[in-house]
Ligand binder design. Structure first.
Ligand SMILES: Nc1ncnc2c1ncn2[C@@H]1O[C@H](COP(=O)(O)OP(=O)(O)OP(=O)(O)O)[C@@H](O)[C@H]1O
Ligand SMILES: [Mg+2]
Length: 349
């Protein structure tokens, strides 16, 4: 235990509860590596390579995005993941399958444009940065535009995707044509020997909970439109599904179009939580060990919090705040009493 270790972790993203997509896969400790449970990441990875429509199911903060980021990481060879942020999208994007297809086309085209303007040395540098397993030091938020390694080594593919945008912007045509064009654009990716993967990981932030009546139409439209479109397109689609959405009749109706469900597992012991936190500290805070910053009692308390919330995000929020407090107070570690205090202030009973 040391004040130096605490300072190192406080400066890092080890306990960052909402890491950027570019950092998420680097912090991910595979559930596959926790002993005595069924495979998770490997199943998702196989499904993605097989061109399936996959739902990754779990509660809020349970690890859906984290699992998806690992299976679609820049180190995965042969796939072309395209993350489609939905958070800020209006309901109109789901008004029809063609509106959604246009959204995907516009995202592909923007990605193409962004990569097409890089010269060779910039591509090489961007490629090296994208596939580097190391977590960039400090708390810097995402720097620069996210890079898709498959576009950095893909020859003229970036330019081809960019020109798809011109066709979209210039055309007035039927909805069927939009869907067809999306299919053709994804076929371009396949022609380069890659499996296109549409990654819809922030559906929760978009659709919120089905119990929130004002947001319900989003989830309803989503399950009516997106799995059908995904099933018809080349490549695979991976979507995060909040476990409460499974109450929706539209989810039940979409089942015949969803090839596979991957459930994010529930952690069963403080030891499993320790493995995850230790991995994060190890990759994000240099040579620091978890035991240098959290004592055993603190981890036990964090596991109690996990057991009642089922949320790794809740655990990280509390751990992060406790580390900051301990660091500010000049202490050399976080103990159970400090975790209790932070939990008490965040979740007053
Ligand atoms: N296996 C893991 N290894 C390391 N960190 C993890 C793991 N699973 C989840 N996390 C971390 O827990 C936090 C919550 O995970 P994540 O964002 O994936 O949850 P989510 O299910 O996508 O939540 P939401 O429903 O809000 O989208 C993140 O900080 C993530 O990095
Ligand atoms: Mg998520």
């Amino acid at each position: 235990m040391s004040t130096d270790a605490l300072a190192e972790v406080a400066r890092s993203v080890a306990f960052e509860a909402a890491p950027t997509w570019e950092i998420l896969w680097r912090l991910h400790h595979p559930f596959d590596r926790l002993p005595g449970r069924g495979p998770v990441e490997s199943v998702l990875s196989r499904a993605v390579h097989a061109g399936d429509v996959v739902a990754v199911v779990g509660g809020s903060g349970s690890g859906k995005s984290s699992v998806m980021s690992a299976a679609c990481s820049p180190l995965e060879v042969g796939i072309a993941p395209v993350r489609l942020p939905l958070r800020a999208e209006p309901l109109d994007t789901l008004r029809s399958v063609s509106a959604f297809a246009r959204h995907v086309l516009a995202s592909l085209a923007a990605l193409g444009r962004d990569h097409a303007r890089l010269d060779d040395p910039q591509r090489e540098e961007a490629y090296r940065a994208a596939v580097d397993r190391r977590v960039p030091p400090g708390r810097r938020r995402g720097s620069g535009a996210p890079r898709a390694p498959w576009l950095l080594t893909g020859g003229d593919l970036a330019a081809q995707l960019a020109s798809a945008a011109v066709a979209v912007a210039g055309a007035r045509r039927s909805g069927v044509a939009d869907v067809q064009q999306l299919g053709q654009t994804l076929s371009l990716v396949e022609a380069h020997g890659l499996i296109p993967v549409l990654v819809l990981e922030d559906t929760d932030a978009w659709a919120a909970s089905p119990s929130d009546a004002s947001r319900r139409p989003i989830a309803v439209h989503f399950f009516r439109e997106v799995p059908r479109l995904a099933a018809d397109l080349p490549g695979s689609t991976v979507m995060a599904v909040h476990d409460t959405y499974r109450e929706l009749p539209e989810w039940a109706a979409a089942q015949e179009l969803i090839d596979r469900q991957v459930l994010v597992p529930r952690l069963g012991s403080a030891g499993e939580l320790t493995s995850i936190l230790a991995h994060r500290v190890g990759v994000a805070a240099g040579g620091t060990h978890l035991a240098d910053v959290l004592d055993g009692g603190a981890v036990e308390r964090l596991f109690e919090l996990y057991s009642s919330t089922r949320s790794l995000r809740a655990v990280l929020v509390v751990a992060d705040e406790a580390v900051d407090e301990a660091h500010a107070a000049g202490r050399d570690s976080v103990d159970a009493a400090l975790v209790d205090r932070v939990v008490g202030s965040r979740y007053p009973s």
